[in-house]
Structures are given as C-alpha cells and as structure tokens.
Design a protein around this ligand. Structure first.
Ligand code: ADP
Ligand code: MG
Length: 562
C-alpha cells in the first residue's frame, strides 16, 4: 500500500486512496491533523499533540517548525542529543506511518510526500532522506498546490477550467496556476516564497505586544515566551471573527492586558501582504493570463483563513476567492490521490497530471565586453522556470582562452542575471586538453529535471567524448550516505512512546502546560495529575479511559473559564 503524506510546517497528515476515494487516517487521539512537533522526554520521543503541549512546559526539549530548516545542516539540541531537520521530520513521518498501519492493518513501505512547489533541490533531497530515515521509500514528491488542485478537481467534477491555488501554510507560501480539463490536470506556472507563512504573521503580533508593553524580547523567559506565542496564536485566529477578547498574561511577575483589532493587525502585517503579491503576479505573467481568465481562486493552508488574505485576493482579482471546504486537508487528500495514481488504482487510470519546474536552472558564464575585457559572474539559463517536467535541455560551453587546462561548470538556480544573487547547487570541473584551441575544447552540458523536482547534470567533453555526471549531493545542507546510515542506527535506538498510550501522555502533558500557565489553579492541577497517574498504574484500560474522559472535561472547563 502506498500512502500520501502532507508533511507540513505546522501539521502533518497521512492518507491513502481506495475505491471510495481518498481517506485520511486519524492519529491515536482521533485527529487527522498531527502537530509537527517533536519532544524528548528522557530517552523517549514524543510526537504530535503531547509534544506540542511540551513546547511550553519543556521548551528546551521540544521543537516545532523544523520544516523551515530542511535542506540545511542546522541541528537542534533536545536533551542530550542533537537532531538534523531530516531526523525530526523522520520522527513525524514514523508517527504518521504508525497511524496508517494501525488503520490499514498492514506494513507501509512506500509513500508519496508533498513538498512546497517552491522547495529547492536541497530541500527536496532532505525530504527524501527523511523518508529513508523513517523506513519508507519515497515513491514521489508532489508539489503541494498541485496536490491540492488534484483533490479539488476530483471533488468538483464541474470544476473544469483554469484556477489558481493559493496555499499559505505555517511557513511557506505557494501559488500555482492549473488547468483542468476532463481528466487532464496541467500545471502552467508555480511561484512562491519559502519563508513566508502564518508564523510570520504571528511574529508581527509578538512584536507589537512587546513594543506596546516595552518588553525587550530576549528579556522574556523562554517559558513565558512560549506561552506568549501560544496565547497570541489563539488571538491571531480570533482576529478573523467578530469580538476579540483582550489578552491577559503575567510576564516576569507583572500582569499585562493587551488588545489589538483586525484593522491594526492588517496594517502591521501589510509588508507581509505585499510580499504575497510578487509570486502571484509572477505566476500570472508566466502563465500568460489576465485575472479575468481565471475561473476560480482556491484558498488552502490554515493561514489563508485570515481575512486579510481574502481581501488581498479580492483586490487583485476583483472577486471573492473560493474557500476550500477543508483548507488543512486538501493537500493530504491530493497526495493520497497521487499515491493512488502511483499504485495504478483502476479508478484513476484516466487521469493525467503534468507539473512544472518552478525555478530557472543554469550555469555561470563569463562575458567579454566590447573592449575585450572579461567579466565573470553572469547567469546563463538552461531550463527556464515553469517548463513542463520532466524536461531535459542542453547547451554548449567553451573555454575563454586557448590552452586552458580546466573548465568549471557552476550550477545555479534562480532568476537573477548575476549568479551571486542566485542559489548555487553544485559544480563540476573537467580537465581540458590544453593543446587545443578554445573552439575545439568545448563541452555539452545537459540538465534533466524529473517529475520529483530533482536535477541531474551531465557534462560531455567534445574532444574526448568523456562524460561526467554531477552528483549534487555535495551541498553542505545534505547528508552523505554514510551519515544517513549512522543516523538511521542512532534513530533505531530511540524509544518512541507506544501509540496506545498517546492519549494518556497527551492529557498529562496538557495538564502540565496548564500548571505552567495558571498560577491560581496549581493545587487543583497537581492533584488531578497525581490521581490520574495512580489510575494509570492500575493498568485497567476501561477505568483509565473513563477517568481520562473526566480529566479532559475538567481541563476543558478550567481552560474555558480562564
Ligand atoms: P502547514 O502546511 O505549514 O503545516 P497549515 O496549512 O496547517 O500549515 O497552516 C498552519 C498555519 O495556519 C499556522 O500558521 C496557523 O497559525 C494558521 N492558521 C490556522 N487556522 C487559522 C485561523 N483560523 N486564522 C488564522 N490563521 C490560522
Ligand atoms: Mg501545508
């Protein structure tokens, strides 16, 4: 069985395709959204809701939003171990796979994982590595907006035509323009920003709160900072509604009361809103479309619920966007369809899906000015952005001088005329025969970009016909095969909390978090925690379930009155 996975910055989901369509699997707490949070408790790892509660009670042992570091070598220390972003993602993947296996009753060996369309080569490879570390073969990486469109298009068979998918998640922003006709799904253009999401809008609130209250951010204790973010996150969501209650919070022994309305929030967030315009305009231009030629604008991603998003879209397109019924689930549902396509589900046989390469890929060249002076550092595109994938293009390059001994091909991704402003993906150096003239000492460089968004580069020397293949694995943000093996062994030693105990762990973690937050309820909370622990010791599952229900009700009541 192949599953489809949305490995999100904030939440992750897993599903599969069957006769009756896509279906998402609930986690041990019965929820299809699993927070992408990892926490270490002694030698045991927690993932999901329980880990999210611990962001506040155990900030130094807990981490969230690590998708933002994929493709980098950044490590996070949790307790006495440090983790690469691939490992943290692998722990989330494992938890999702366990949920899918519990629902399906079989071992999962393959997965389709969605990634932001605008993810770079290194970020995509890191996602593949995360799959490997979690013990599944990543059959395919599918672009998130493409997955959302697939789910949307299949759900609304009359949804034929051209549409724009606008995906604002926790950490990334993606725009794709697609055309849907009968069973053909064709992506025309994708653009985005890998560092723009709901988290940035939360940062705006945190900053405003600190400024208004003359609090310098580093001065706030780590624990209170976590609490502040959590409370402001709730407030951010309320800002979409009507009445917003002021935030009351104690920091460093002082009580603060603070309020903000949607209007001021929108004004403060205006620079972020402006940043969203650029990818939208670029995608429209690349697809050669006018706003009036779009049939539909589909909003996905949790942060697209902010009213300022709908306002931006109405301003840009002169109409209201169509809100997807379930903006948090669309991508996972689509990834599951893609998994169904992979396993050649009969019902999906006729569906054809094409995608594009979101970036321009090319090499560095030198140019000679009219005075014969050589200038280096220019970008020379080989594959233009928004070419339909798979795509393979070649070009020829020659040394600048006769008798040159070496030729280095530097590979870049980006849209700037100068390579210094683009992202370097790798390089390859070939030895030339220095007895030759420039024109007989050339090379042919072939770039091949596959459906998973991974690039392969091949260089052929004209004179000797020798071929070189560039492994882009040398990027410092990527793990070597030996490193992967070592980390795999280390991960195997980690204990993960058993799935059947997750509910108990989550409720205890929540009670601990509330203990941190509500000074005046500590006595009561401690008593409940003690009581529930004693019940757990009885190992009587019926009793535990009943008591847990009561415990949750009591916590709900406590949190509601606060
Ligand atoms: P990801 O795909 O990155 O995991 P999601 O699509 O789950 O992200 O969206 C998470 C983001 O959506 C978070 O930044 C969260 O604050 C934001 N979000 C969720 N619900 C709302 C809401 N009602 N109002 C505003 N923002 C929301
Ligand atoms: Mg997402």
């Amino acid at each position: 069985m192949i599953v489809g996975i949305d490995l999100g910055t904030t939440h992750s989901l897993v599903g599969a395709y069957s006769e009756s369509g896509s279906r998402l699997f609930p986690n041990a707490l019965g929820d299809v959204l699993t927070p992408s949070v990892v926490s270490v408790d002694g030698s045991t790892v927690l993932v999901g809701q329980a880990a999210r509660e611990r962001l506040i009670s155990h900030p130094h042992h807990t981490v969230a939003s690590f998708k933002r570091w994929m493709g980098t070598a950044r490590e996070t220390r949790l307790g006495d171990r440090s983790f690469r972003p691939e490992e943290l993602s692998a722990l989330v993947l494992r938890s999702l796979l366990a949920d899918a296996e519990a629902a399906l009753g079989e071992k999962i060996e393959e997965a389709v994982i969605s990634v932001p369309a605008y993810f770079s080569d290194a970020q995509r490879k890191a996602t593949r590595t995360a799959g490997e570390l979690a013990g599944v073969r990543v059959e395919r990486l599918i672009n998130e907006p493409t997955a959302a469109a697939l789910a949307y298009g299949l759900q609304n068979r009359d949804g034929e035509g051209r549409f724009l998918v606008f995906d604002l998640g926790g950490g990334t922003f993606d725009v794709s323009i697609l055309e849907c006709f009968e069973n053909v799904f064709e992506v025309h253009a994708s653009a985005g920003d890998n560092f723009l999401g709901g988290e940035d809008f939360l940062d705006v609130l945190v900053e405003a709160f600190c400024q208004d209250n003359h609090l310098r951010q580093p001065a706030i204790l780590a624990q209170e900072y976590g609490q502040l973010r959590r409370r402001l996150e709730l407030l951010k969501r309320e800002l979409g509604g009507t009445a917003v209650a002021p935030l009351q919070m104690a920091i460093g022994g002082r009580d603060y009361v603070w309020s903000i309305d949607e209007e001021r929030f929108a004004r403060l967030a205006e620079p972020l809103v402006q940043r969203m315009r650029t990818p939208i305009e670029r995608a429209m231009r690349d697809a050669k479309l006018q706003p009036s030629q779009l049939d539909e604008i589909v909003l996905v991603g949790g942060a697209s619920r902010m009213p300022l998003v709908a306002r931006l879209v109405s301003r840009m397109f002169g109409r209201l966007p169509l809100r997807h019924v379930n903006p948090d689930q669309a991508i996972a549902l689509g990834a599951s369809v893609a998994a169904g396509l992979k396993s050649r589900d009969a019902k999906l046989e006729e569906i054809i899906l094409t995608d594009v390469c979101p970036y321009t890929l090319g090499t560095q060249i030198a140019r000679r000015d009219p005075n014969g002076q050589i200038h280096t550092g220019f970008f020379h595109p080989i594959i233009l952005r928004n070419s339909t994938v798979p795509v393979s293009r070649e070009d020829q390059f020659f040394p600048m001088h006769d008798n040159q001994q070496k030729l280095t091909i530097d590979i870049f991704q980006g849209e700037n005329p100068l390579v210094a402003n683009n992202i370097k993906l790798g390089e390859i150096t070939v030895d030339l025969d220095k007895r030759r003239q420039t024109d007989e000492n050339g090379v042919t460089v072939r770039f091949t970009y596959d459906i998973n968004g991974l690039l392969q580069v091949e260089v052929t020397e004209h004179a000797s016909k020798r071929r070189h293949e560039l492994l882009l694995e040398q990027n410092p943000g990527l793990m070597t095969p030996e490193e992967i093996r070592a980390r795999l062994a280390a991960l195997a030693e980690l204990k993960v909390h058993p799935r059947e105990q997750q509910e108990n762990i989550a409720v205890l973690a929540r009670a601990e978090r509330l203990y941190e937050e509500f000074l005046h309820e500590r006595e009561r909370l401690q008593e409940w925690i003690m009581h529930f622990r004693a019940i757990l010791d009885t190992q009587d599952n019926t009793l535990i379930a009943r008591q847990r229900g009561q415990f949750v009700e009591a916590l709900d009541a406590l949190e509601a009155q606060a």
